[in-house]
Design a protein around this ligand. Structure first.
Ligand code: PMP
Length: 426
């Protein structure tokens, strides 16, 4: 099983056998409140009838169509619906099957774009420390999680990393955007000076880094990255696999921050996590750069057997309809103040060294046990599961990202359960 201590899991497996709306059912018949929207993806909650029915209908009508030299209407319809809700200027879509594939696709688009423009020397990629961009080779190369990188050789060449922005000494217990650290964006200028802008293709960042513990950018930081990339002709890629589709209370993180990238990477919430699918959005300028050659020539040598799969497309369309009908892409903004107050009520409890939040995502950082990193938070995870609440931990950080249909009573239950656990945690 992925990212799981498998030998330990085998001895004591935790199994879900059903899910509905805000709850999972375990194999021993217990209800578990979903505090994490699955893995930050089931934004409309579980087993939503419109999505279930769309999948069944599509499977009977057109189960598969090759994406090579053939198309089908639902993929185009979905691309159009995504563009409708995307930030202005991002108006072309490439489909993938996961966040990791979306990242690889985005990096390849960036490299190929400079080539078709006659600037093939722009081949360097810049990521960040503590970034998570999936598990494929491009993603772990620009990513910054040592454990995900160190077993796998030299990775991609020509990659630099900017520092992460997490600063407990200055920003602990921030609500919303941390106050200090905008100047960390200037590290990009240092890298540009080192290599020369003419060698740099793209910078990739998560607007809010999720998997490494909800690292929220300091106020002004993403805008400054945008200014620097623009000045030097470097593409800016936002990895919105978590921040996309309403997590921050806006359709995309780009909307929350008022910063539009050149390429946007999505997955997860696109199909409510129900069918694997991702989408990469690019600007017209990028799209048009590929379209300049002779008509019989393939513009971009890349794609997957399941790109724009009909059943995934139907799931995506039904998901976006559900989000629209229930106002879920902005519901996070309504619920965020309550979520924020509830989370920050944990300040002062044993082991809590930080609480931070933005939209409907938050984190509680615990003091690690000396010499036993990750143990304390994992113990909280097990206790919460026993108490009927699903949380996610990464290192000694507890992350919460409930489905966007969450009610105040659910938030009270999640936070109340955590408070009880923290009081008794070793
Ligand atoms: N990028 C980001 C920002 C992510 O959070 C994730 C998954 N958590 C990925 C990429 C990878 O997505 P997947 O697991 O679907 O490959």
């Amino acid at each position: 099983m992925p990212f799981t201590a498998n030998r330990q899991f085998k001895k004591n497996p935790r199994m879900f056998v059903a899910a509905k709306d805000m709850h999972y059912t375990t194999s021993d018949g217990r209800q578990v409140l979903d505090g994490t929207a699955g893995l930050w993806c089931c934004n409309a909650g579980h087993a939503r009838p419109r999505i279930v029915e769309a999948i069944a209908r599509q499977a009977a009508e057109l189960d598969y169509a090759p994406a090579f030299q053939m198309g089908h209407p639902k993929a185009f319809e979905l691309a159009n619906r995504i563009v409708d809700i995307a930030p202005d200027g991002l108006n072309h879509v490439l489909f993938t099957n996961s966040g990791s594939e979306s990242v690889e696709t985005a990096l390849k688009v960036a490299l190929a774009y400079h080539r078709v423009k006659g600037e093939g020397a722009r081949s360097r990629l810049i990521g960040r420390e503590r970034a998570y961009h999936g598990v494929n080779f491009g993603g772990i190369s620009v990513g910054g999680i040592v454990t995900n990188r160190k077993m796998f050789g030299t990775l991609l060449g020509g990659v630099d990393h900017m520092p992460h922005t997490h600063n407990l000494a200055k920003n602990a217990f921030s609500k919303g955007l941390p106050e200090y650290g905008v100047e960390l964006a200037d590290e990009l200028e240092r890298i540009v000076t080192l290599h020369d802008a003419s060698t740099i293709a793209a910078v990739i960042v998560e607007p809010v880094a999720g998997s490494t513990g909800v690292l929220i950018p300091p106020a002004g930081y993403l805008q400054r990255l945008r200014d620097i990339t623009k000045k030097h002709g470097i593409l800016l890629i936002f990895d919105e696999v978590i921040t996309g589709f309403g997590r921050l209370g806006t359709p995309f993180g780009a909307d929350y921050f008022g910063v539009t990238p050149d390429i946007m990477v999505t997955a997860k919430g696109l199909t409510n996590g129900v069918i694997p699918m991702g989408a990469v959005l690019v600007s017209s300028e990028i799209h048009d750069a590929f379209m300049g050659g002779p008509e019989h020539v393939i513009e971009f040598f890349h794609g997957y057997t399941y790109s724009g799969n009909p059943i995934a497309s139907a799931a995506g369309l039904a998901t976006l309809e559900t989000y629209k009908e229930e106002g879920l892409l902005t519901r996070g903004a309504e619920m965020a103040p309550y979520f924020e107050e509830a989370l920050h009520s944990l300040k002062g409890l044993p082991h809590v060294i930080d609480v931070r939040n933005i939209g409907l995502v938050g984190a509680i950082e615990l003091q690690p046990i000396a010499g036993q990193p990750t143990k304390r938070a994992f113990s909280a995870f097990l206790k919460a599961f026993e108490a009927g609440v699903l949380i996610r931990t990464t290192g000694d950080i507890i992350a919460l990202s409930p489905p966007l249909i969450v009610e105040k009573s659910h938030i009270d239950h999640i936070v109340g359960t955590l408070a009880d656990i923290l009081k008794t945690l070793e």
